[in-house]
Every structure is written in structure tokens, then in C-alpha cells.
Design a protein around this ligand. Sequence first.
Ligand SMILES: CC(C)(COP(=O)(O)OP(=O)(O)OC[C@H]1O[C@@H](n2cnc3c(N)ncnc32)[C@H](O)[C@@H]1OP(=O)(O)O)[C@@H](O)C(=O)NCCC(=O)NCCS
Length: 118
Amino acid sequence: MIRELIVLDNPNPYARRIEYYDNDVLIGYLDYSHIYDRIEIDNFFVNEDKRGKGIGKKLLSYLVVIAINNHVVNMTLEVRISNEIARNLYKSFGFREVALRKFYYGDEDGILMEKQVM
Ligand SMILES: CC(C)(COP(=O)(O)OP(=O)(O)OC[C@H]1O[C@@H](n2cnc3c(N)ncnc32)[C@H](O)[C@@H]1OP(=O)(O)O)[C@@H](O)C(=O)NCCC(=O)NCCS
């Protein structure tokens, strides 16, 4: 089951969250900011023992539907350059790698990825 939340205790007024539950147990979530006509993915996580079962794809698909329904123009995110699993997953959803962010994570470069929705 997927739940949509507005994160009330977050100082970012644009913060939203999608949670994935399996038998009432939270096993994955996607934090994002919905800022007018754009969405930024802030955090995306599936419990290690539940990975590779399609839950990440379900969460991302859900977010794309939210984006379309809300006339969002583009979606962006930063990902560690070493995180090939996530980079491939985003590419399969139509995200393109648009910039290299040197030392974005302090110890590692980040890649800015973008998907045009409209
Ligand atoms: C990225 C993440 C959320 C994906 O969640 P998931 O539930 O495992 O994703 P899915 O099962 O839907 O798999 C989606 C794709 O990821 C890739 N993938 C998933 N697990 C993989 C693994 N163990 N090895 C290689 N590729 C893998 C596959 O390409 C898969 O697509 P396919 O089924 O067509 O082959 C999860 O790996 C995670 O929590 N990682 C740690 C946190 C993180 O890196 N977040 C992203 C930060 S930008």
C-alpha cells in the first residue's frame, strides 16, 4: 500500500513524502519537494532486504503520476556518481544526466539528473 503525506514537522514547506507499506510495515519511502511547477527528489530509500522486488519502481511511478496530475514541468535529483543502481533506475524512467556536481557529497561527485514531464 502506498501513502501520500505532507511532512508537517519539516521546515521546508514544499516537503512531501510517499511511503510504501507491506502488511502495515514501512519498507520504503520517497521524499520530495513539490515547488510550484517542479519536483526535486530529496531522498529515496527501500529497506535493504526488500530491494530488487520492484518497490522502487512503484514509488517512482507513483511520483510521476503525481507530477503529471499537477502539471509539473520537470523533475530533478542528485545522485552519487558511484550509485549505478539508482542512476540506471532513473534513466529507465526517462531522467537524463545533465550536469556533474563536483564534490557534491563532500567525498564524492554527484550527478544532476532531470526528467521533462510536460
Ligand atoms: C535505489 C533504490 C531505492 C531502488 O529500490 P528497489 O526497490 O531496489 O528498486 P526496484 O526493485 O524497483 O529495481 C529497479 C531497478 O533497479 C535496479 N536494481 C535494483 N536492485 C538491484 C541490484 N541489487 N543490482 C543491480 N540492479 C538493481 C534494476 O535495474 C531494477 O530494474 P529491473 O528490475 O528492470 O532490472 C534502492 O536500491 C535503495 O534504497 N538504495 C539505497 C538508497 C539509494 O541509493 N537511494 C537513491 C539515492 S539518489
